[in-house]
Design a protein around this ligand. Structure first.
Ligand code: SD4
Length: 304
């Protein structure tokens, strides 16, 4: 049976405020797609959130580059990768889906499209984020370092600087599901680096027949297993959301157990019954739920 009581879930503690914005749409029997866009715009615009949108930590060249994607109830999807100068990457991703024959726009082309659609060119690097970057430059070599992202993740487990991509999934009063995922990506990444978040099937996947999933953490690990799509397919085979998320996490471990101990990846999923669950490699992954029945932050179970 398909759940028709609206519900929204999203990654990390700040998902709570984002869920509230999504809930305003859902409570009025609005569309899940509109709800997830409205929801993730909240952290995108928050300068205190240094991992999404405005105020996001820059790459090692000092440039804030955003990754985002959105998916509706009919396999419609849109994505922007490495987009600069526009806070609401998710809204640009939605317009890629609705106004172009394409699914993905990247870099300069994504910016060009956004400006044509009326978005204003902004500076996304706040003084606070610039300061942190300059501190980072003092000790970090200004050249690609193998596993620098892993070191960053490792030193900040669940920390503010790196672990806070928002992925959101909603189900509306018609029982339809949609999802959105948006991030400034890994702090101090190489310029041009794209994570899992804007890759359909990796950072997000929605199959309105089955359910939806999203991910957060070291994107490289998620891309290798096409994580969110994997979680959805496991739910199709009958696994509950939490069990499906756990199986995806175990897939990451099976590839390289030593590496998996050092990094964080978390999955969050919901099925058509409105059942939800999550699982992470490391402890510290939290997610927020809002429905007619509850407004709550949960700690995800984890392997380590
Ligand atoms: C990325 N998955 O760019 C994102 C980062 C992230 O919490 O989730 N941070 O790889």
């Amino acid at each position: 049976t398909v759940n028709k009581e609206p519900i929204v879930i999203s990654t990390w503690n700040f998902g709570k405020e984002a869920n509230s914005a999504a809930w305003e749409v859902l409570a009025k029997k609005g569309r899940a797609l509109d709800a997830v866009e409205a929801g993730v715009k909240v952290p995108e615009a928050d300068p205190n959130n240094q991992s999404v949108g405005y105020g996001g930590l820059p790459d090692r060249d000092g440039r804030v580059t955003l990754d985002a994607c959105i998916m509706d109830e009919k396999y419609g999807c849109g994505s922007v990768m490495c987009l600069e100068h526009v806070t609401h990457a998710i809204s640009v991703a939605r317009l890629v889906m609705e106004k172009t024959p394409h699914v993905v726009l990247a870099g300069d082309g994504a910016l060009q499209f956004a400006l044509e659609q009326g978005f204003k060119k902004e500076n996304l690097l706040t003084p606070e984020s610039e300061q942190k970057w300059k501190e980072w430059l003092k000790t970090s070599k200004y050249e690609p370092q193998v596993n620098v992202e892993n070191q960053l993740y490792h030193t900040m487990p669940g920390g503010k600087d790196n672990h806070d991509t928002i992925g959101m999934i909603a189900q509306d009063a018609s029982g339809n599901m949609s999802g959105a995922c948006t991030t400034s990506g890994m702090a101090y990444k190489m310029h041009g680096r794209v994570g899992d978040s804007p890759i359909i099937g990796a950072g997000l996947y929605v199959d309105n027949e089955v359910g939806a999933a999203t991910s957060t953490g070291v994107g490289e690990e998620v891309i290798r297993i096409v994580g969110s799509h994997l979680v959805v397919e496991l739910m199709r085979q009958g696994l509950k959301p939490e069990a499906a998320c756990k199986a995806a996490v175990e897939r990451i471990i099976s590839r390289n157990p030593e590496q998996a101990k050092k990094v964080q990846v978390g999955f969050l999923a919901m099925n058509k019954k409105g059942e939800y669950g999550a699982y992470a490699l490391q402890s510290g992954f939290t997610y927020a739920v809002r429905s007619g029945k509850e407004e709550k932050i949960y700690d995800a179970k984890s392997i380590y």
